[in-house]
Design a protein around this ligand. Structure first.
Ligand code: ZN
Length: 184
């Protein structure tokens, strides 16, 4: 194909920046948008738990799955979840990546390792891909351990911020770090 690898512009007249600026009724404004997010009953209780240094989940009365983050209903049994349980907070690394991109999208000199932690929670089969999990930072782990895959399955626990610094946010957990002697 002659056009292979080269983008081809479709026919038509393209609007230029000047064309847009000549448009009648053009309004310029900078939106100042602020959000208030109602976390809802279940998530609010979860966030309050974080402030107290606890990872809370809710248990389905039918199948026994414990949801973290909590859900008001079991998505398998379609019944309200009722019983709150405190999890030990320990878990294993399910996935991990080495990230060089900060939350403001700038490039970081020193990468962070982030991943999904499969929490120790009742109600899930070990060989199943459904589990109670959190996406979080990993510390005490090297990029090499991510690259060679040895981080996967590593036993980890939360490293909490000091109580006076907690705000009821997922960042009340600084990161998940390896449990001493807990590597698999
Ligand atoms: Zn259920």
């Amino acid at each position: 194909m002659a056009s292979e690898g080269k983008p081809v512009n479709p026919p038509g007249t393209y609007l230029k920046r000047q064309d847009l600026e000549r448009l009648p009724g053009l309004i310029r404004y900078k939106p100042s948008v602020k959000y208030l997010f109602a976390a809802g009953e279940a998530l609010s209780r979860f966030l309050k738990g974080l402030k107290e240094g606890k990872i809370l989940g809710v248990k389905c009365p039918v199948c026994g799955r414990v949801y973290v983050p909590p859900r008001a209903y079991c998505e398998y049994c379609h019944v309200p979840t009722s019983e709150w349980v405190e999890l030990p907070g320990t878990g294993v690394v399910h996935t991990a990546v080495v990230s060089y991109i900060a939350t403001d999208r700038s490039r970081m000199e020193k990468p962070e390792i982030v991943g999904v932690i499969r929490l120790d929670a009742p109600g899930y089969r070990e060989d199943s891909y459904e589990f109670a999990g959190l996406f979080h930072k990993l510390c005490g782990v090297t990029p090499e351990q991510v690259m060679d895959g040895s981080v996967i399955g590593m036993k980890v626990k939360p490293r909490w911020k000091p109580p006076e610094e907690r705000t009821g946010s997922i960042t009340d957990i600084e990161c998940f770090e390896p449990v001493e002697g807990g590597e698999q």
